[in-house]
Design a protein around this ligand. Structure first.
Ligand code: THU
Length: 132
């Protein structure tokens, strides 16, 4: 699965965004290590804080179908530069990826940046911290 195909799927998923409040649509696509693809869009709520970002939607779809490890995640929005995930999403991405996971941030103009979780969220809270 190449990056362009994942980006195309994220752009398509973006069209399903439910954004009556911000009108800001975001799409995401997750490729798992089992080579399955899950897409997501942001889903807003009249109680604004209950909004679910696109990348969390895609990750939760993957995890709820039994997937646990992300190979690549692509996020796309109509931003000036590549979109930047919120802090909550960074922590959720951290749960299911490692330093080899490709995190690709993009916009509709074709700007793209590839990064890793240690750059996006240095010092993130890690599952192993819970183990005694
Ligand atoms: N949003 C995402 O879905 N992903 C991001 O990476 C940034 C922000 C959504 C949340 C909300 O629906 C809208 O964009 C404006 O914040």
């Amino acid at each position: 699965m190449d990056t362009q195909s994942l980006l195309d799927q994220a752009i398509k998923a973006r069209k399903n965004a439910y954004t009556p409040y911000s009108k800001f649509q975001v799409g995401a696509a997750v490729l798992t290590r089992n080579k399955e693809v899950f897409t997501g869009s942001n889903i807003e709520n009249a109680s604004y804080g209950l909004t679910n970002c696109a990348e969390r939607t895609a990750i939760f779809k993957a995890v709820s179908e039994g997937e646990r490890e992300i190979d690549t995640i692509v996020v796309v929005g109509d931003t000036e530069g590549p979109i930047s995930p919120c802090g909550a999403c960074r922590q959720v991405i951290a749960e299911f990826c490692d330093i080899n996971t490709k995190i690709i941030l993009a916009n509709l103009k074709g700007d793209k940046v590839e990064t890793t979780i240690d750059k996006l969220l240095p010092g993130f809270f890690y599952a192993k911290d819970l183990k005694q």
